[in-house]
Design a binder for this molecule. Structure first.
Ligand code: GCO
Length: 447
């Protein structure tokens, strides 16, 4: 393979999220989150798994930072558990929770690793859910209080901030399909959730500016690269519709275009219009500094009259344990699409990777399929950058195997293997591959 050098200063990192790795769910003054509740409900999570221990990162933070340093990571994306900071959502602040993140951030800085902090990666305090959660407009104010606390505390130490992780998944899978916490299935609730997520994001960005925070702020969206089944006008139109309901729903409002007309109409027709109040859309469109892009795969889209006007074609590429097509081009393709659609925003790839079905330790450690797919993703990303897309960094999902939400511990996304009995961490073949990528700032013949 020809050598593929990434731009100078390109940032190489890995990502995790609080509920997926921290454990210590009942320690340090942490309150309950909607994920603690969801995991306790029979049948919600595979094998009845919970995040109570997870990777026990809460107790092993120093060791995990040393691991990152050994891999040569330049950056690390993590999320803060809202219920560690405000155990009841609003109300009293838990200093012990903040102290944990002090230790993490200071440890990263000492190790020369750039911290990227995500404010919300799905673990809403249960106390707020009890008052309607994201469907209740009051949540926006609680989110502002929480964001302000973190901005003030970590000002000057954290330079890259992500407001929300994947609001599309929070809404669609949490409030429409009901397969993730809080497990609700309602168009009416979902329309409210979508709007309040976006509004909370916008308010946090406004506050970041008001506080004159040093650094950068953006949002991380979930993305699929959509391809039309063929170039016929009906399939092309169906593909655009899929993009409306998925990509444009959480990008258009942020880039000042309001909600896509097709999605607006869909919810209005179901008696569930977006609860937009005067001033909301400009707040949501407060300019950000970068766009966080998560991408794992693609979908081929066909026209279909029911229910919305499109459906997904049967996979033609090999299918991974997560059900995703093994589609190495999807990352570069999506980056090209989003760059063209929204006038080339600066981008960080905030997640990208591959999940294995749990198996023997030896098989998990020799993760050649992950290496092969990462190589393909990175080659496609390199092409997109060569063609002018402004991509500034890449965070692999994930640093280590962890709690994969409703799949429990049955799927392994880590560069590092987690032994859930001993909690020992062991770098996989992909960790060594990735360490070489970082050292060489790209793919060389050797990697
Ligand atoms: C997401 C979440 C991660 C997942 C990862 C693998 O993108 O869904 O941010 O928490 O673990 O994507 O499915």
């Amino acid at each position: 393979m020809a050598s593929m050098q990434f731009p100078e200063g390109f940032l190489w990192g890995a990502a995790t999220a609080a509920y997926q790795i921290e454990g210590a769910a009942n320690e340090g003054g942490r309150g309950q989150s909607i994920w603690d509740t969801f995991c306790r409900q029979p049948g919600r999570v595979r094998d009845g798994a919970t995040g109570e221990v997870a990777c026990d990162h809460y107790h092993r933070v120093d060791q995990d930072i040393a691991l990152m340093r050994d891999l040569g990571l330049q950056a690390y994306r993590f999320s803060v558990a809202w219920p560690r900071v405000y155990p009841f959502g609003g109300g009293p602040l838990n200093e012990e929770g903040l102290a944990f993140y002090d230790r993490l951030v200071d440890g990263l800085l000492d190790a020369g690793i750039d911290p990227m902090m995500t404010l919300y990666h799905w673990d809403l305090p249960q106390a707020l859910q009890d008052r309607g959660g994201w469907a209740n407009r009051d949540i926006v104010e609680h989110f502002e209080t929480y964001a302000r606390t973190l901005f003030e505390r970590f000002r000057g130490r954290v330079h890259r901030w992500v407001t929300l992780n994947e609001p599309l998944i929070v809404s669609q899978l949490g409030h429409l399909a009901g397969v993730l916490a809080p497990g609700i299935r309602s168009h009416e609730v979902n329309a409210r959730v979508i709007h309040h997520l976006l509004l909370a994001h916008g308010k946090a960005v406004e506050m970041f500016r008001e506080l004159d925070m040093p650094g950068e702020i953006g949002i991380t969206n979930a993305n699929t690269a959509y391809e039309p089944y063929d170039e016929s006008s009906e399939h092309l139109a169906a593909c655009e519709l899929a993009r409306d309901f998925d990509s444009r729903l959480f990008h258009d409002p942020i880039y000042g275009r309001g909600y896509p007309a097709s999605v607006h109409k869909f919810y209005a027709e179901r008696g569930a219009p977006f609860p937009i109040e005067p001033g909301d859309l400009p707040t949501i469109a407060t300019p950000t500094d970068f766009l966080g892009v998560n991408n794992y795969s693609r979908r081929v889209v066909m026209a279909d009259r029911r229910p919305i006007g499109f459906r997904f074609a049967e996979p033609t590429l090999p299918v991974q344990p997560m059900g995703y097509e093994e589609a190495p081009d999807s990352l570069g393709d999506f980056v090209r699409w989003v760059s063209k659609e929204y006038d080339s925003p600066p981008i960080y790839i905030t997640e990208n990777g591959r999940g294995d079905e749990d198996g023997t330790e030896a098989a998990m450690l020799n993760d050649q399929k992950r290496i092969e797919l990462m190589r393909g993703f990175l080659a496609g990303l390199h092409d997109a950058i060569e063609s002018g897309c402004d991509v500034r960094g890449y965070y692999a999902w994930s640093l280590m195997d962890n709690f994969e939400w409703a799949f429990g511990y049955s799927k392994r996304f880590g560069l590092v293997y987690t032994d859930y009995e001993t909690l020992e961490r062991k770098p996989k073949a992909s960790a060594r591959f990735y360490a070489d990528v970082i050292r060489d700032n790209g793919l060389t013949g050797a990697t």
